[in-house]
Design a binder for this molecule. Sequence first.
Ligand code: SF4
Length: 406
Amino acid sequence: MTPAAFHLAGNAIFRKAFDKIASSNDQSGVSFANQFDSLMEAPTPLVRRFRKLLEARSDGELEKMAQQSQILTRRNFGKTMRFFAPLYLSNECVNNCQYCGFSRDNPILRTTLSIPQVVAEAKHLHNLGFRNILLVAGEHPKFVSDGYLQECIDALKDLIPTIGIEVGPMEDDQYGELVEHGAEGLIVYQETYHQETYEVLHTAGPKKKFHWRLDCPERAYAGGFRRIGIGALFGLADWKYEAIALATHLDYLMKHCWKASFTIAFPRMRPHAGNYQYTPDPALSLDDRSLVQLITAFRMCFPQVGIVLSTREPAPLRDSLFPLGVTHISAGSQTDPGGYTGAGTDDLHLTVKGRRVELDEPASCDRATGQFEIDDKRPASDIAHLLQKQGFDPVWKDWDAAILTP
Ligand code: SF4
């Protein structure tokens, strides 16, 4: 046997063994939703350590945690920062989530981009340097219908090597179809892990199903997603409860879905359509100091997990958090469909109970309504430049499907 043939045979044996181990981990009937309550009551040693790190700390102790977090991040990720941009496809939605501008009952200007409009938005982002795009859409079976996401991915995959999706939960075979079309990342935030709060905040639509959403990352993994992002929307329930539940979820997923890579995010509530006057509830809010503690505690317990920081946060805070443990950032984001190029403004309309209603008169605004207000409005190039001055390498592209091509 030649050395090359020996190498190929070795690969085949390794792949067989790998698949066998993977399938042996597929314990039917076991899911995070089934185990959530018991894991919260009897945490694993890792989650116990995480809880301890969330206890009150002096400034000096927090500083030490931050230093440790920085060291671990550099050791596992180097001095790099990955850039991505959200591309909103549609702001139509059949769910009523009381914290979201796209909620069904909000009388906002809505649109769903056509495929050429999606391509125009992606080309704009591509020209800015982005090679990692997150396709975002509300959950509406008529507008974001079967086949639409597949068409979007097909139209973009030659231009954008890393395509993620953040859309309504699906079955694993539906996820498998999206992976086959070229999607490789899925983001799904539980919003709140506090079930009673979840039930109060979700008053209509399929998103009411707490456990169905809880198992979404596992269905995405079964469908073949390579990257999975989880998180909670901080500000809806007690932040420490959310953080511990998130750590519990992550710990579980890393053991059961170990072929995927994971990211976590801690988005904080922002003003949005339906509540532009939003101010955080002091009893629930995650303040800046606690956010630092949270990022460092996650890094110390999960050194290899990506930590995402979005443009929801103000520029000065983002700048100070970048070196601490963050590995993935969005920049220059727009949260309305067509927000980068003005696409989709030719088809603005309202919906009533999810059904399309034409405008009686021209709208006071000439663009679709965004999901929430971003805070850091700096262009991506400015942030990349700033990071470079601090010795970071901005990473625009870290994946290409050719890597897996035999
Ligand atoms: S959070 Fe998602 S599902 Fe809920 S209203 Fe907003 S877009 Fe729709």
